[in-house]
Design a protein around this ligand. Structure first.
Ligand SMILES: [Zn+2]
Ligand SMILES: [Zn+2]
Length: 414
């Protein structure tokens, strides 16, 4: 963490993945803005002419408002819980919402805002560059309290689903909380055999925790700081993990699969990493995201997918937008979500019977059966009955988590 604009920022080991953007921020050329014609520092992003700070801010704020507005999913005066996780994206989302609330009357976004600081340091400590946890917490507290009139709370990613969050002003109580159960939880997560399943479980748990905190804090809507590259990664990972039918909810503006009726929304899903970093510079916010945005695992499907997208994006700048446009087409085939009555007991996605999945099961059966097992047909029927009964309430993707862990143990956390 540091102040934007410090000269030593670029030389102290920030992830190589983020370095080109940070370097771009270090020096902005001066010139004439193509929109208003003024001579200023120029903010240049892909597919747009270079523009001045004010014109850039108008553009990104419009992107945010258009995403929220065009969905028509957010009613006037809604109670919103903003999830702040210490990332640059969450800083931008908070600032944009605060700006939107203080606009002149006809432009104002009418809503009641609360902020939840979701402390996920434990999950990311191996990949983020935060050296001093207490200093990090203090800086988050200072930043959140600098926004007037917003109620802020804090909870930990390992906290129990029904554990009440702490007021951010009571940070000492939070830091000295009872942590025995959190240690058991960490231990259970570490016992999930593959990093891919571990990441999937954390993703599910995080979503349920957010929904539960929103309920406790009387908010019906939760805003999460997901930007376009995370959406593209989630989309391709979800397809690789066999979540085909439910992929749309992972990438759309609104995800309403949660059992308690909370709607999770992604209002900055159309922003790019460059826009996020330029926004922080333009607004002169003293914050620097020290995470490298890489999931804490060396060989998970999510990590490999993200690296693949980032590497491709370096040479083909429309990679992310192409993936997302393709994802939006999948959305249009998923309108009948409500029709499916059977829901997965872990992720609450709809369960469909698919011939492809039956074929996958058959293939797995054939490769795993004993070499002495000659009575293939009878045994396969038994196997199919067994798996179909077991599968009744677990979708294909969650079955993968089940294979890598004790599903009953995992289930009681969700
Ligand atoms: Zn301008
Ligand atoms: Zn599931």
């Amino acid at each position: 963490m540091c102040s934007i604009g410090d000269d030593d920022v670029l030389d102290d080991g920030i992830s190589s993945l983020m370095t080109p953007q940070k370097q771009m921020l270090h020096y902005l050329p001066k010139g004439t803005c193509y929109k208003c014609g003024q001579d200023r520092e120029l903010y240049k992003i892909h597919f747009r002419e270079a523009e001045c700070k004010n014109c850039f801010l108008i553009f990104v704020n419009h992107k945010f408002r258009a995403t929220v507005g065009s969905s028509k999913a957010l009613p006037r005066n809604a109670d919103i819980l903003l999830v702040f996780d210490g990332s640059a994206e969450s800083v931008v989302l908070l600032d944009m919402l605060q700006t939107a609330q203080s606009e002149s009357n006809f432009k104002r976004l009418h809503c009641y805002l609360k902020v939840l600081f979701l402390d996920d340091y434990e999950a990311y400590k191996d990949t983020c560059g935060i050296n001093d946890y207490k200093l990090y917490i203090q800086q988050v507290k200072d930043l959140l309290l600098s926004y007037d009139n917003i109620k802020c709370y804090v909870t930990n990613l390992r906290s129990g689903i029904h554990q009440k969050p702490f007021d951010i002003k009571d940070m000492n109580l939070y830091l000295n909380r009872e942590m025995e159960k959190e240690k058991v939880f960490s231990n259970d997560i570490n016992n999930i055999q593959t990093s891919t399943s571990r990441n999937e479980f954390i993703k599910l748990y995080r979503k349920n925790l957010i929904a539960s905190m929103a309920t406790i804090l009387s908010c019906k809507y939760a805003f999460i700081p997901t930007i376009n590259i995370s959406i593209a990664t989630d989309l391709l990972s979800a397809i690789a993990l066999g979540q085909g039918n439910n992929v749309a909810c992972d990438v759309a503006f609104k995800d309403d699969r949660l059992v308690n009726g909370i709607k999770i929304m992604r209002p900055i899903k159309n922003l790019t990493e460059t826009e996020v970093l330029l926004y922080i510079r333009a607004r002169n916010i003293k914050w620097c995201d020290r995470r490298d945005h890489v999931i804490n695992a060396s060989s998970s499907i999510q990590r490999i997918t993200e690296l693949f997208i980032r590497n491709l994006q370096k040479n083909y700048s429309s990679t992310v937008s192409t993936i997302i446009c393709t994802g939006n087409k999948i959305t249009s085939n998923n309108d009948s979500y409500e029709e499916f009555e059977e829901k997965c007991c872990l992720c609450n996605s709809s369960i469909v019977n698919s011939e492809t999945l039956s074929a996958v099961r058959y293939s797995r059966y054939v490769s795993e059966r004993m070499s002495s097992d000659f009575d293939l047909d009878i045994n396969f029927k038994k196997f199919l009955n067994l798996t179909q009964n077991q599968d009744q309430k677990v979708c294909h993707s969650c079955q993968n988590i089940g294979r890598d862990s004790d599903i009953n143990l995992i289930k009681h956390y969700l």
